[in-house]
Design a protein around this ligand. Sequence first.
Ligand code: GDP
Length: 341
Amino acid sequence: MSAPPRGMPPARLDVAALAAGVREGSRAAIARAITLVESSRPDHRVLASELLAELAPHTGGSVRVGITGVPGAGKSTFINALGVRLIARGSRVGVVAVDPSSRRTGGSILGDRTRMGELTQSEQAFVRPSPSGRQLGGVARATRESMLILEAGGFDVLIVETVGVGQNEIAVSEMVDTFVLLTLAGAGDQLQGIKRGILELADVIAVNKADGDGESRARVAARDLMGAMRLLLPGKDVRRPPVLTCSALTGAGLDEVWEAVLEHRSHLRMGGSLAARRAQQQQDWMWAMVDAHLEDAVRETPSVRERRASLEADVREGRLTAVEGADRIVRWYAQDLQRPG
Ligand code: GDP
């Protein structure tokens, strides 16, 4: 698909009708709206922006939770089990995934469909895999905007799943109220497996697979982690994330993890920092969008598009330094901007 020629009006889509469909909770409308916000086509971006403006007054009411953990930590199993519980208590649960690396399999999509089987089949849930084949910036934008659509569509719990590989976590912690780290016992030294930065982002830590033989190991790991958190966040008045154990498989401890999420949220609310956190997130997002817009514009400008491959090769093979390459790209972009038309 390519953008329509410059100056042509984009194919018209009835934004007001789509917004109304989303607000009524129509699954078809929600799916369509998410597909729209995932698109990077310039005409789609215009429509997405209109749609989000229409929906904005109806957003902000959900419990927004991020869940991270290395592959195999049990995230999908956990989200499925937790989601089913929350639905049984009357919630509607939206799940979106941030996995820019999902290119490798064409998406964690297939995996998620099966691993979150019960949840995907529930009318009260909406599971949206990460758009595949994108840069983190694009995925992060699509995820945020998808969250707003789900929120306007009446999903009162939003779960953002991310694979624990570093950068993604920072992006996700910037879109949620509470960030849960799902971890495992036994994989060698606890702290080697978990990046310190991720521990610092976590609001709640849960050691998963606390069942059968794994139960006592999970408890030991939780105790070790608690000790580590005391070192990482010393002081009397510091709020350290609770470290719990759970089993996504048996359901043991899941209610406690959810209570810890709600407790963290009410802690934020009482101090007024939930609003502050979200306000800061809006401001950061604005600048992130500026970065993303500029980067898209730079990559798409004709001089850069035409010369990009050879420039990249020059940098890869050492004929040009990265700094020189960047200077050239910015110069070509600036020249294209000056050109009439
Ligand atoms: P993800 O990659 O983090 O999404 O992990 P998955 O949810 O796919 O789980 C990875 C594997 O661990 C699967 O085989 C699950 O059945 C298993 N698993 C997940 N949670 C638990 C648990 O609480 N206990 C046990 N014993 N196995 C679990």
